[in-house]
Design a protein around this ligand. Structure first.
Ligand code: ATP
Length: 199
């Protein structure tokens, strides 16, 4: 199955772009949502988390104790990296399974950490959504009801836009000067052609 990765920094509009692809009939796998799901559903991952962080990471009923885990990984780069190195392969497994069930010309994986997780190497092409910093901050403050400092703290944990752009095959500019829908329609036509050529 021909597959496209879509990423971008916080507030650039990745999800908004993916919703437009969905309207065009293209299935989208949201990796960040899937990461939460696999922590409950992937039995191998559950066992790995228990042995890495302690059985207390799950209740007796098998519910993930997010507070317990957050207490370990919050502000500890090493532990966060350790958790991510277990979760990312489980998300890859979930994506492969999901992909096998889709019937479309191509599919999309939306992931905030597409490059950081190495997942971009599995895509046929990768798209980066870009947007000016000020606009991103404004959007996230409005969407999540948080302060400028909180937005900046979240941003500081991500790879810079400049680095992401270097790894992109295609760019979508969501900067309010170029219309978003025509850019997505153009990409859709390109991906339909590329997917045909790859068969
Ligand atoms: P995150 O990394 O936090 O998940 P994201 O990159 O997926 O963010 P979105 O959630 O798509 O970004 O967009 C952030 C906010 O900005 C949303 O409330 C969305 O509705 C709004 N937004 C995005 N693009 C536009 C646009 N072109 N015009 C108006 N509002 C927009």
């Amino acid at each position: 199955m021909f597959n496209i990765g879509i990423t971008g920094g916080i507030g650039t509009g990745k999800t908004t772009v993916c919703k437009i692809f969905e309207i065009l009939g293209i299935p989208v796998f949201y990796a960040d949502q899937a990461a939460k799901q696999v922590m409950h559903e992937d039995e191998l991952l559950v066992e790995e988390i228990k042995s890495a962080f302690g059985a207390s990471a799950y209740s007796r009923a098998g519910e993930l104790d997010r507070k317990y885990l957050a207490g370990i990984v919050f502000n500890d780069e090493f532990q966060l990296e350790r958790l991510n190195s277990l979760v990312h392969p489980a998300v890859f497994r979930a994506y492969d399974k999901w992909k096998g069930d889709q019937k479309a010309s191509y599919v999309i994986k939306e992931a905030a950490l597409l490059f950081e997780s190495g997942s971009y190497k599995e895509s046929d092409y990768n798209v980066v959504v870009t947007s000016p910093l000020e606009l991103r901050i404004k959007r996230i403050m409005k969407r999540d009801g948080i302060s400028v400092e909180q937005v900046k703290a979240r941003m500081s944990k991500q790879m810079s836009e400049e680095e992401k752009v270097k790894l992109a095959d295609f760019i979508v500019k969501n900067d309010e000067s170029e219309l978003l829908i025509p850019q997505v329609l153009d990409l859709h036509q390109t991906f339909l052609q590329l997917s045909k050529q790859s068969q």
